[in-house]
Design a protein around this ligand. Sequence first.
Ligand SMILES: Nc1ncnc2c1ncn2[C@@H]1O[C@H](COP(=O)(O)OP(=O)(O)OP(=O)(O)O)[C@@H](O)[C@H]1O
Length: 303
Amino acid sequence: MIEVHELTKRYGRTTAVNGLTFTVRPGHVTGFLGPNGAGKSTTLRMILGLNAPTSGTVTVGGQVFRDRPRGLRQVGALLDAHDVHGGRSAAAHLSALAHSNRIPAARVARVLEEVGLTAAARRRIGGFSLGMKQRLGIATALLGDPPVLLFDEPLNGLDPEGVLWVRGLFQRLAAEGRTVFVSSHLMSEMENTADHLVVIGRGELIADESLAAFSARGNRLSVTVRTPDAERLAPLLTAEGAAVRHEDERTLSVTGLPADRIGELAFQHRVLLQELATQAASLERAFMELTADRAEFLAGDPR
Ligand SMILES: Nc1ncnc2c1ncn2[C@@H]1O[C@H](COP(=O)(O)OP(=O)(O)OP(=O)(O)O)[C@@H](O)[C@H]1O
């Protein structure tokens, strides 16, 4: 478990993190979301003991990480995929880390295989693409087989196949009972990756809830409903408080009611549904709306 309590970090007059309190639990993939400059990297660095908080505390498994020996066995982290010695091979890089962390050498081949870099094990890291460096960073995080894993923007630079692979890997790690904490500034990236979200803006907590609860927030999600009985269904939905727009004679765009309630109503009134889909883009919208006034750097912002 990662426990962040009243955590604050100031750099001169900039408050990067402001009184953050949240808990990241094992057995879940928790997304750490916020616009650029929200304070995600600063928070991750404090969790790892790389930055000292101005005030507040952060513990991993009940202890301050800095005070623990054998770091990679307790917490595996990918903070910056470029932060590796380009002159070394992937295998040499991992072997050195295994040695200094007293991790069995056999883990090196194991994690290289896990991330699909076996064939590139002897190549210089300097020649790696960003996607390959991300894979190496993930291998590094996995090296000590730790119960807690932190990843800062791990999907950057990965191709679609790589993104799918990472999602599967994170879900498996969580299913094994580990704590998986993954940052991103894009809601769309977290949609199919995380099942719980911690959302911050300008260093402050905005939401700490399940992905489902987050997406149901604000009733602003729009649900597309296709039915040959649109004329009959529309007033039923309106009577429940929904706003209904007719896209065409068979398609309704519904806001203010979740898809499962729309399905129930249709079922009760024997209305045939041919499509019932929550618009993925509306999750992104919920995120934008929640974080809009807390975005550090907005497009066109004169600062
Ligand atoms: N070493 C530092 N010195 C001064 N200011 C800093 C330092 N590190 C971060 N900041 C400031 O703290 C704020 C939070 O930055 P941080 O990198 O933690 O945000 P982030 O959410 O990770 O953003 P991004 O998505 O862009 O990576 C920003 O205003 C940033 O400029």
